[in-house]
Design a protein around this ligand. Structure first.
Ligand code: SF4
Length: 380
């Protein structure tokens, strides 16, 4: 059994490096009753991952699975007694053991909504029990060639893995099925940005009202970019959203322009205004922001910027960038640097009284893509 410090370190390393999966092992695992593949290729959250639990049993991690030569460090090896052995090829030593989270049964094409859409095209289970869906699969920035360089939102549409827009009835039906399997205790909803002044908030409002009347017990997280008109934040809360992510993605201003060219038109000050208003509306520990690392930013500057975010009461959902296959190549984020960043952020959250363990729904509660919760626990 591993301790909390090792869990934080192993999770950070897995987030940064991913795992090498040898194609030839896939049929062998299948014979042992384990279906493993290279995960999804687009959509919400970093793509291409599968979910594993670390050996201590509570840390969940969304791990990229690779079969490319530049990711041959941590190898998925034998499957024994419910765990995969992981071997570090560089150091020639065992890394540890991981438990694969199996996909839910409703991913089978036999499960369809009442209007005939395969349920897997409506929502996916992230981790153990977070049902996640991109409610609108297009984004204004893709249309004008200013998409964020790490984003795969329209890739899943091109791959026919999903549909353009989901409605409340379809979503409720999938929630019912996921609940039956014990795979939905909370939800993450995300969306591409709309051209309209509400930036997509009105789509969420419509969907939230329907879903919440069918499933009032499921806390829901919504993700949106900073708005000029803050009233939409209130509308999201009134419609039933429980937590909100207002994602800046990149903190360094020069890098922001390069990595998120469309979103760069929104000033940092507007993000601050939105975060503050969202905390007043949604309450303490219910507001987060995805912050990506691994673009070559300075660690010291990054921590200073993170402190600003935390000091406002926002949970920084720090995650290493994962390149989308076929898009801009990015080297793996340096794992030691990210570990330092997590440790500092954990301490800063303690100093400013920000507690990610109290977040009610969505990415922060799921925790698969960031070690921010482990860092908070470790900082005690
Ligand atoms: S944190 Fe969880 S819910 Fe959010 S994108 Fe990652 S896996 Fe999905």
């Amino acid at each position: 059994m591993i301790n909390q410090e090792t869990a934080l370190s192993q999770k950070t390393e897995l987030l940064c490096k991913g795992l090498y999966l040898d194609n030839s092992l896939i049929p062998q695992y299948k014979e042992q009753g384990i279906n493993i593949d290279f995960g999804r290729k687009g959509g919400a959250g970093p793509s291409g991952g599968r979910y594993f639990l670390l050996e201590e049993g509570s840390s969940l991690v969304n791990v990229a699975l690779w079969n490319t030569p530049n990711n041959r460090e941590l190898f998925l090896k034998d499957y024994k007694n419910g765990y995969f052995e992981v071997f570090n090829e560089k150091n020639k030593e065992s890394f540890g053991r991981l438990k694969l989270i199996q996909n839910p049964r409703f991913y089978s094409p036999n499960f369809k909504t009442s209007d005939g859409i395969p349920m897997k095209k409506i929502a996916l289970v992230h981790g153990i029990d977070c049902l996640a869906s991109t409610i609108y699969q297009k984004c204004v920035y893709w249309g004008c060639g200013e998409a964020c360089t790490f984003c795969g939102i329209e890739v899943s549409l091109q791959n026919d893995a999903t549909i353009l827009e989901k409605n409340a009835k379809q979503m409720s039906e999938v929630i019912t099925m996921a609940k039956k399997e014990g795979r939905c205790s909370h939800m993450t909803l995300t969306s591409g940005t709309d051209e309209t002044v509400d930036k997509g908030a009105n789509r969420y409002v419509k969907l939230l009202k329907g879903v919440k009347s069918d499933h009032p017990d499921i806390p829901i997280h919504v993700q949106i970019e900073a708005l000029e008109d803050l009233i939409y934040i209130n509308k999201l809360k009134e419609a039933g959203a429980d937590t909100i992510g207002i994602h800046i993605e990149v903190l360094d201003n020069t890098l922001r322009k390069e990595i998120t060219p469309g979103k760069f038109s929104i000033s940092y000050n507007l993000f601050e205004k939105n975060w503050k208003h969202a905390i007043d509306t949604f309450g303490k520990n219910q507001v987060s922001s995805y912050v990506l690392t691994g673009f070559g930013e300075s660690k010291g500057e990054f921590i200073k910027d993170i402190e600003k975010v935390i000091s406002l009461g926002v949970i920084p959902y720090i995650t290493p960038v994962r390149p989308i296959p076929g898009k801009r190549y990015l080297p793996n984020t340096n794992f030691e640097d990210l570990l330092d960043i997590y440790k500092d952020s954990g301490k800063l959250m303690r100093v400013y009284g920000v507690n990610p363990l109290e977040n009610k729904a969505g990415c922060v509660r799921c925790g698969g893509c960031s070690a921010i919760k482990e860092a908070y626990i470790e900082a005690k």
